[in-house]
Design a protein around this ligand. Structure first.
Ligand SMILES: [Ca+2]
Ligand SMILES: [Ca+2]
Length: 391
């Protein structure tokens, strides 16, 4: 309650600044809800452009639907930054935590001890944009809330999975597991836990609800898997996840060449403990992963597996030994890694070109060197030999 007068003061200033270029409606929203954060900010500062505050102070002060701007530079932290449950935006106006336009805030958690996460997003209806989160003692970003958007994030060099969704606490009932989150236009790479068997790029596993979506994301060179949708008997099925228009490559080998014998090394790992979940996996590319490209991993459900491309996996490009998944228009190619034939138990028709010793006609589009970038709109452009592919 003590901070209320400060907010009012800040709001007047922010409103005056934004009114120049914004509409009246935008200015009215920003008028009670804009804060600026910089690496040199202090907790007690007003949070204006000229007197920026700290991220933890801003999280405690921002109004629902407001915007926190993070100026560029490196922020060093020694403990988790939590956006607490209940500090929600609204369905009509998410609370936004965003990189200041044209700047790159890097949140460096090197000083954390093992087991401490970077950002813990327990609230709902937030929009995180443009954050780089590195070297956390556990997950870089952990999403326990619902209806959030994480956009243009980079999670790298963390000591567990880069970006993970899961319940807030062991006491959280399944009805409150994180749901309807969108992870979009984000990159996760070189995450590595000390055992070498847990750190994936992205994970919606163990305790996640329905409606979570990954779109236009890139996961590469993580010690374990690119994506992991693991389920286990103790906690039961998770909600179906959608992974689309994304890329997973080089998992099982870090960018510096490091491997760990415990790494699972799959591009997309889609299950666990023989529990059926009907995930949707479409328009995705797996390239040069250390085990399977796409694997059901004992998920016997009816997954939608369509328009994916898998190339040069060390084992199978597509590995589905059981279940009733529906396979359409998938493409499997080998150029330099021999591997094993695909196995696709379920409903697979002639639109697929699975690998059983030779490349199909569509493989000619995937023979060159891999490249990728995000377009200005945030979609993912993947190229082979310099040519954009759109599987
Ligand atoms: Ca593992
Ligand atoms: Ca994993």
């Amino acid at each position: 309650m003590q901070v209320r007068p400060v907010i009012a003061c800040v709001s007047l200033l922010a409103g005056a600044l934004l009114a120049v270029s914004g509409t009246a409606a935008q200015a009215a929203t920003a008028a009670s809800s804009t804060l600026y954060v910089s690496p040199s900010g202090s907790d007690s500062a007003a949070g204006t452009q000229s007197a920026p505050t700290t991220l933890t102070s801003a999280i405690g002060r921002i109004a629902p639907g407001g915007t926190i701007y993070l100026r560029g530079g490196t922020y060093t932290y020694t403990s988790t930054i939590t956006i607490p449950a209940g500090s929600n935006g609204t369905s009509g106006a998410r609370t936004t935590l965003t990189a200041y336009a044209g700047e790159k805030p890097v949140l460096d958690f090197s000083g954390e001890s093992d087991g401490s996460r970077g950002i813990q997003l327990n609230a709902s209806y937030w929009h995180l944009y443009g954050l780089t989160v590195e070297h956390a003692g556990d997950n870089g970003i952990y999403v326990g809330g619902s209806d959030n958007v994480v956009e243009r994030a980079v999670t790298a060099y963390n000591r567990d999975t880069g970006l993970q969704l899961g319940r807030i606490a062991s006491t959280t009932p399944s009805s409150q597991w994180p749901s309807n989150n969108l992870i979009v236009s984000s990159e996760s790479h070189d995450n590595k836990d000390s055992t070498g068997e847990n750190a994936d790029g992205f994970a919606s596993k163990l305790t996640t609800g329905t409606g979570n979506v990954f779109r236009y994301d890139v996961s590469h060179n993580n010690v374990d898997d690119g994506w992991d949708l693991y389920t286990k008997s103790a906690t039961g099925p998770i909600g179906p996840v959608t992974i689309e228009y994304s890329l997973s490559y080089g998992n099982g080998t870090l960018s510096d060449g490091t491997q760990n014998k415990n790494g699972d090394r799959n591009g997309y790992k889609l299950g666990g403990d023989d529990i059926a979940v009907d995930h949707v996996v479409r328009h995705d590319i797996a390239y040069d992963n250390g085990h399977h490209g796409f694997t059901y991993n004992s998920n016997p459900g009816r997954m939608t597996v369509s328009n994916n491309v898998s190339i040069d996996s060390v084992q199978r490009n597509f590995s589905f030994d059981a279940g009733s998944s529906v396979f359409r228009s998938n493409t499997s190619c080998r150029f330099k890694v021999s591997g094993s034939n695909d196995k696709t138990v379920g409903d697979a028709d002639g639109s697929n070109q699975f690998w059983t010793g030779t490349n199909g006609s569509r493989c000619s589009s995937y023979s060159g060197a891999l490249g990728w970038s995000f377009t200005s709109s945030g979609s993912l452009a993947v190229t082979f030999g310099g040519k954009v592919v759109t599987p």
